[in-house]
Design a protein around this ligand. Structure first.
Ligand code: AHG
Ligand code: MN
Ligand code: MN
Length: 334
């Protein structure tokens, strides 16, 4: 019989690799895993909303049914609140940092940044969506309420980050700084099972993922790089293949496994692009580096950027090191 490793077992086994581990981080990761199963369940019945009268109608408790991204947000927040190991949360869905100001959470060592549902425009058309999370040690005094500055740390201070992809199967991929591992949900038993141990980017790849409808608004350097992707050169596997889902988690996941660059550049209209530094770029950058790849804003390492505000945006380039270095070269020389 094959031995299976569940997410819970794996997290506990890895605890000794985390400095001063007391089990708190283990519990947060576990809570995120549990909340994601509830989101998985709702995502999987999203298409039945009209038939079952889910969205916009009242449920049996007489509560209004919520949109999926709000549902996901509530689910992760309540799991982190109930767990007691998290002192504050920054979420895409909340303007301000949520300070979990109670006697238990004030003693917590960690804070969490989350995009509860990424790729929400894809929900209605049955295309993969995701969750992105990252965990930091708070800087403020333990025992008191946390504050916004606890979330405004550079990505180099991340202690764990990951994503969940709700795709043809649901997967949780995470790292605590000791490599990247992927777990696939077996819905029949409700367990995440280690299916992708030690994920590494291929050394290079032949996929590029960008929303090319923004082409006319890109800087000349980005236009030239896209031109490079289109050129014929059998030595470097060009022309590259275009793949763009419009769910960052799904685009990044495919490129991580198959080898490809994901880019969301700034445009003339929006110099910082669209993606949010704190809860989209930084966690993915941490995963990229842990998988042997690279993530940059075109010239700076994403993990070294000190955020000024929780919803700030950044241009984003992520992929195998060689592919990201190539686009940086274009940006530098233009
Ligand atoms: P979210 O649904 O969390 O707001 O994020 C959507 C993001 C990201 O998932 C994706 O890569 C990007 O938006 C797609 O943007 P475009 O439609 O501009 O390509
Ligand atoms: Mn998002
Ligand atoms: Mn979102």
């Amino acid at each position: 019989m094959t031995t299976i490793t569940t997410l819970t077992k794996f997290i506990i086994d890895q605890q000794h690799e985390i400095p001063d581990a007391s089990g708190d981080l283990t519990r947060i990761l576990n809570d995120i895993g549990i909340a994601s199963k509830f989101v998985h369940r709702e995502v999987n019945k999203a298409g039945l909303a009209d038939i079952l009268g889910l969205e916009g109608t009242e449920n049996v408790q007489g509560e209004q049914q919520k949109k999926l991204d709000v549902y996901a947000n509530d689910q992760f927040i309540s799991a982190l609140k109930a767990g007691g190991q998290c002192a504050a949360i920054a979420s895409e869905e909340n303007e301000e940092v949520i300070i979990l100001d109670n006697s238990i959470s004030n003693k917590a060592k960690y804070v969490v940044a989350i995009d509860p549902l990424d790729g929400s425009s894809n929900i209605e058309v049955n295309v993969s969506i995701g969750t992105v999370f990252s965990i930091y040690k708070r800087k403020s005094e333990i025992g008191k309420p946390a504050d916004e500055s606890d979330l405004l740390q550079p990505g180099t201070d991340i202690v764990a980050a990951g994503y969940v992809i709700y795709g043809s199967s649901t997967m949780l991929v995470y790292t605590t700084g000791h490599g990247v591992n992927g777990f696939t949900l077996d819905p029949s038993v409700g367990l995440f099972i280690l299916s992708h141990p030690n994920i590494r980017y291929p050394e290079t790849g032949n996929i590029y993922s960008v929303n090319e409808s923004n082409h006319i608004y890109f800087q000349e350097s980005i236009k030239a790089y896209i031109q490079f992707c289109h050129e014929d050169d059998s030595n470097t596997g060009r022309p590259y293949i275009t793949r763009y889902i419009g769910s960052m988690v799904a685009d990044v996941h495919r490129n991580l496994l198959l080898g490809g660059i994901f880019l969301y550049p700034g445009t003339i209209k929006k110099p910082n692009g669209k993606l949010r530094l704190l809860y989209e770029c930084k966690p993915m950058a941490y995963i990229a580096e842990q998988a042997g790849g690279k993530a940059s804003d075109g010239s700076r390492r994403i993990l070294e950027i000190h955020p000024d505000s929780i919803h700030q945006r950044s241009p984003f380039y992520m992929g195998p090191t060689k592919m990201v270095e190539k686009i940086e070269e274009f940006i530098r020389f233009f």
